[in-house]
Design a protein around this ligand. Structure first.
Ligand SMILES: Cc1cc2nc3c(=O)[nH]c(=O)nc-3n(C[C@H](O)[C@H](O)[C@H](O)COP(=O)(O)O)c2cc1C
Length: 195
């Protein structure tokens, strides 16, 4: 019999990152994306600052983000290093997704809580989203390449000076979802001190 802990173990073990280039263009119901966001909101957070903020790009909204980031790439890349395929990928990764959740961090005004703890809280919220997506058979991919940490993106998103963008969570369906990913044994990463 499958118990709740067994389900949870399976969801965690089965979550994999599937690259947006392997998405098939299928549209996720907005209601499911709202459930994914709802679960993000239950992440742990020191002093309940709840620093996670999300901007969801879907439908025509995806063109805005896709065109913007491709143009920034063109602007900031010296001609000798410019790769047309990268310019194109900066658009297609977004356009092949059903929804792109831009992951942001709203910095607490008082800055009492350390920034690293706020980043940790946002990362927990992203894992909640990735696990929820996986449970619904939705593929996800956390990407932090491209223009993620550029000021141009912060301006485009309307973020404050101390706020951060931590990347995009691409969501979509795939006929070729990634199913495996290697991990070193947990025993190689744990020290167990019992006396
Ligand atoms: C904060 C963060 C940023 C990431 N950024 C990228 C990225 O820019 N490009 C990339 O190929 N993968 C990125 N990944 C995904 C990892 O490559 C992926 O999680 C890893 O290969 C393990 O695969 P799995 O998620 O299927 O277990 C990122 C993951 C995290 C947690």
């Amino acid at each position: 019999m499958n118990s709740f802990p067994n389900y949870l173990n399976q969801v965690i073990a089965n979550r994999r990152s599937t690259k947006p280039r392997n998405f098939n263009g299928g549209k996720i119901a907005d209601s499911l994306v709202w459930q994914i966001l709802e679960n993000a909101n239950w992440a742990p957070t020191h002093a309940l600052t709840q620093p996670w903020r999300f901007q969801v790009f879907t439908d025509d909204g995806k063109n805005k983000l896709a065109n913007f980031q491709a143009e920034v790439y063109k602007k900031i890349t010296p001609e000798a290093n410019f790769k047309p395929e990268k310019y194109e990928r900066m658009q297609t990764n977004i356009l092949k997704s059903s929804h792109v959740i831009v992951i942001c961090l709203k910095r607490q005004l008082s800055e009492k809580i350390l920034e690293i703890e706020e980043i940790e809280a946002v990362a927990c919220s992203v894992q909640n989203m990735a696990l929820t997506a996986s449970a619904y058979g939705i593929c996800s991919f956390w990407g932090s390449g491209g223009i993620t940490y550029r000021q141009e993106l912060k301006d485009f998103l309307g973020l404050g000076e101390k706020d951060l963008c931590l990347g995009y969570l691409y969501l979509g369906y795939s006929d070729r979802p990634k199913t495996s990913s290697p991990r070193d044994l947990i025993k190689t990463k744990v020290e167990w001190i019992s006396r």
